[in-house]
Design a protein around this ligand. Structure first.
Ligand code: COA
Length: 261
């Protein structure tokens, strides 16, 4: 009998649902999952029919409860640094994905799971979700971008509260802190995410891609360079059929017909 894949993929009306599938281990990220997630993301970027990517976890309990702690024992400094680099490369690829990536956070998002959610462009959480960076409880620090993305998203003070105590916050607090975009009842999570994806799919795909690029590259650049890039991308929009169509449709008071990329 073949084993269940650790990452499953399903397309729903232009939305690729990528599900981390180790529910008995609360979807902890082992090497196999990291590799499969990388492959799933690369395939989603390539697939023309995919307009939005959703990352979620299997089961009702966890999005991802972190890196797989059973793989930590006996790691040397060099091996641990390489592990962190591998995770960081994957999460950077998610953050720089040219298609919108939404985290559908269906439960615990801890350690590498919270870091994974933060690498996504948008986050929708179930009211049962809980967030934290518990690495200090293991004598560790986050290694997949958490010390950097968390303060950028919620501010230094709130980030340090989570990082230094290893404690968790609930979904309502995550919403109040700006760590997630929306919180819904567990039964509404998939539909809410699908509706959000549909809203994005109704606007210009080329403009969406350029927004993602402007934010991803710009946030890591000095303001003057970031604005040079914004102006360059703004200009490029004007050479596109979508900009002509969007402005013409607005002036003609009709819905626009945007081109697929
Ligand atoms: N790595 C490896 N295994 C993990 C895991 C992780 N990060 N998180 C959960 N699991 C495993 C547990 O070992 C357990 O496996 P078992 O049934 O073979 O014993 C299974 O998932 C269920 O977890 P359990 O701890 O029994 O569930 P719980 O409801 O009592 O507690 C948590 C849930 C999330 C609070 C708890 O699992 C936890 O603290 N996980 C680790 C979180 C963490 O530190 N993440 C950062 C890692 S750097």
């Amino acid at each position: 009998m073949s084993e269940m894949p650790v990452v499953t993929v399903e397309d729903r009306q232009g939305v690729r649902w990528v599900t981390i599938n180790r529910p008995d281990k609360l979807n902890a990220l082992n090497r196999q999952v990291l590799a499969a997630l990388g492959e799933a993301m690369a395939a989603a970027v390539e697939a023309r029919e995919v307009r939005v990517v959703v990352i979620t976890g299997a089961g009702a309990k966890a999005f991802v409860a972190g890196a797989d702690i059973s793989e930590f024992q006996g790691l040397s400094t060099a091996q641990a640094q390489e592990l962190a680099r591998r995770g960081q490369r994957l999460y950077d690829a998610i953050e720089r994905c040219p298609k919108p990536v939404i985290a559908a956070i269906n439960g615990f998002a801890l350690g590498g799971g919270c870091e994974l959610a933060m690498a996504c462009h948008l986050r929708v959480a179930s009211s049962t979700a809980r967030f934290g960076q518990p690495e200090v409880k293991l004598g560790l620090i986050p290694g997949y971008g958490g010390t950097q993305r968390l303060p950028r998203l919620v501010g230094r003070g709130r980030a340090l509260q989570l990082l230094l105590t290893g404690g968790m916050i609930d979904a309502a607090t995550a919403l109040a802190w700006g760590l997630v975009n929306r919180v819904v009842e567990p039964a509404q999570l998939a539909e809410t995410v699908q509706t959000l994806a549909a809203e994005i799919m109704a606007v210009s795909p080329g403009a969406v891609r350029r927004c993602l690029e402007a934010v991803a590259v710009g946030l890591d650049s000095p303001m003057d360079k970031a604005q040079d890039m914004e102006a360059a991308l703004f200009g490029l929009c004007f050479g596109s059929p979508d900009a002509r169509e969007g402005t013409e449709a607005f002036l003609a008071k009709r819905p626009p017909q945007f081109q697929p990329e």
